[in-house]
Design a protein around this ligand. Structure first.
Ligand code: PLP
Length: 417
């Protein structure tokens, strides 16, 4: 038998989500008539905006004509979408269309980008956070050992964790030990918090001084409402030399099933070869490496999907997506206010669709999960699924639909938490 990649065996099983499914199933079997409200999901529920649907139909019809038919497209994305993205998302920020790589979503880009780096690069992640950053690096052999006794809550010894809790107002401290690669996700999944320009500028300055690369995951930028919160890391001077940015059409425009996103790889971000293998200047542009990677392993996002993504940037697309986002944010606001009124400590729900609740003292994540499930019929996500510093917290989302969210909030208010 062939030997499998040992690093995969270091990954914790998907204990959290299978345990949630098991408990929900048991509850549903015991209460077949009870209506469950699922506020744990990170998936959207509103249909695609009309202008996106119209663009899809047009692009499908083109495929029936000899002139309009498209076979393989450019691996980096069609120029029409790269140009639209550069103009509408990065106007005045110096990002060129050929620095934008269209893809089938941010998850793949984020999971794949670490491939460009040596196995012994040191990686820092904020904690709690979207699990793909840690897991993709563990798969690549950068995780080191995970204490076997704590598969749900443990830390990988090879990763640098930057805790974000109520104690530091969810703002990570700069690392004590220099990492090579730093993952930042703002607005944050799961805490729903953001960084101010000044806070993000400290990271850019740190990365410049210590020659680190920042992976900036801006999948939720469309949800930012507070003025002056940066939507892109390139709003910070100097970021174009140290940061790669990832964006997604999933949450803001409802593309979770359609699949489209992009990575921004400025030509001015460099890595270096291993000692003794230098090129002329001893530095290697990530832009060329990512282009090489994508042209080898990816055959491009479908033409019809790229036309749909283009429609998101049109004035109608922007108007329509704003309405949907406002509804998700109203839902998140309702949940947030409800927990505040119940006297609980809560973050998020202002610039992100996630509400991050501190579980009352004396209760652990699963006791709180069971309490909401059994006494209110509400399904949320225990915070420990997002990293060790998520212990003691719980995530609810604004994606659950207006009526469901209203009903959930009424049920929560009737509970004496
Ligand atoms: N980044 C973050 C922080 C996310 O929460 C998600 C999805 O939940 C993604 C990226 C994935 O986005 P996509 O659907 O574009 O793959």
């Amino acid at each position: 038998m062939a030997i499998v990649n040992t690093h995969y065996l270091n990954l914790p099983g998907n204990y959290l989500f299978s345990e949630i499914a098991k408990r929900v199933q048991t509850h549903a079997a015991a209460h077949p008539d009870a209506k469950l409200i699922r506020l744990g999901i990170g998936d959207v529920t509103s249909p695609l905006p009309p202008s996106v649907i119209a663009a899809l139909h047009r692009a499908v019809d083109e495929q029936a004509t000899a002139e309009g038919f498209r076979g393989y497209g450019p691996e980096q994305g069609y120029p029409f979408l790269r140009e639209t993205v550069a103009a509408s998302c990065y106007h005045g920020l110096g990002i060129q269309p050929d620095e934008i790589f269209i893809s089938d979503g941010a998850k793949c880009d984020i999971g794949n980008f670490q491939e460009l780096f040596a196995t012994d690069c040191r990686v820092a992640i904020t904690d709690p956070v979207y699990p793909v950053y840690a897991d993709s690096n563990v798969m690549a052999g950068r995780g080191g050992a995970m204490p076997p006794e704590s598969p749900e809550n443990g830390r990988f010894s090879g990763l640098i964790y930057l805790p974000c809790t109520a104690e530091n107002a969810f703002v990570p401290s700069l690392p004590e030990k220099r990492p090579d690669l730093i993952y930042l996700c703002y607005p944050n999944n799961p805490t729903g918090t953001v960084l101010t320009k000044e806070e993000l500028a400290q990271w850019v300055a740190y990365a410049r001084e210590h020659e680190c690369i920042i992976f900036f995951d801006a999948a939720y930028e469309a949800f930012i409402h507070t003025p002056d919160i940066p939507r892109s890391i390139y709003e910070i001077d100097g970021a174009r030399d140290v940061a790669v940015e990832f964006r997604s059409y999933s949450k803001g425009a409802g593309f979770t099933g359609l699949r489209c996103g992009f990575a921004v790889v400025p030509k001015t971000v460099y890595g270096r070869p291993a000692a003794g293998k230098g090129g002329k200047s001893g530095s290697i542009a990530l832009h060329g490496l990512w282009n090489r990677r994508q042209t080898t392993k990816y055959n491009g996002c479908p033409y019809i999907v790229q036309r749909a993504a283009e429609a998101v940037h049109s004035p109608e697309g922007q108007r329509e997506t704003r309405v949907v986002i406002a509804e998700y944010m109203d839902n998140a606001g309702l949940i947030r206010r409800c927990f505040e009124d119940l006297g609980m400590s809560v973050a998020g729900g202002i610039d992100a669709p996630y509400v991050w609740v501190r579980i009352p003292r004396g209760m652990d994540s699963w006791t709180f999960f069971d309490l909401l499930l059994q006494r209110a019929g509400i399904v949320g996500t225990p915070g420990s699924g997002f990293g060790p510093s998520g212990r003691g917290y719980f995530r609810l989302t604004g994606f659950g639909g207006r009526e469901n969210t209203r009903e959930a909030v009424e049920r929560l208010r009737r509970l004496s938490l």
